[in-house]
Design a protein around this ligand. Sequence first.
Ligand code: ADP
Length: 175
Amino acid sequence: MTQKIAVYPGSFDPVHFGHMDIAQRAAKIFDQLIVAVYENPKKPLCFSAAERVAMLETALADLKNVTVRAYTGLTVNLARSVGAQVLVRGLRVISDFEMEYQMALTNQQLWAEVDTICLMTRYEYAFLSASLLKEVFMAGGDISQMVPPVVQEMLLRKREQRRAAGGGEIPKLSL
Ligand code: ADP
């Protein structure tokens, strides 16, 4: 029987409980799940691709049918190369939908065989985003309900590195 393989792409800068919940649920649906980290997304990044992969590997270590890798280029090309015909994405508030819809249809234009499956977030993660948690962290807030310990440690280390290098803080947005 052929294996059902799915790719869950994202920036994961850094991974948080909302991402982990989607990965856990997708790992129950598919035989293999590949969490794919965009090396160079359009948004400004806090962590390198290697750091984002390492945090995901630790956070998802219990899921035996999940692997993590970085990639560049089109997500459909990665999916094709690993034998996956399904892309998994998470949906939070309704405003996510428009972007996910555009991306799903564009990916379908690029490769007619690919389908996108969106899993609805859990209630408690509906307003959790990587940018918001970085902002809470920089403002001194408690992020233990948002990220696993490995991410808290990496954020602390990143802040120390930036301070030691005389660089700015991780950018704040609005809190
Ligand atoms: P993007 O891929 O757009 O750069 P992220 O890396 O933050 O964004 O997210 C990767 C995927 O995880 C996207 O499908 C996004 O909608 C989803 N996601 C992000 N935060 C959550 C959350 N709190 N609950 C469920 N899904 C989420």
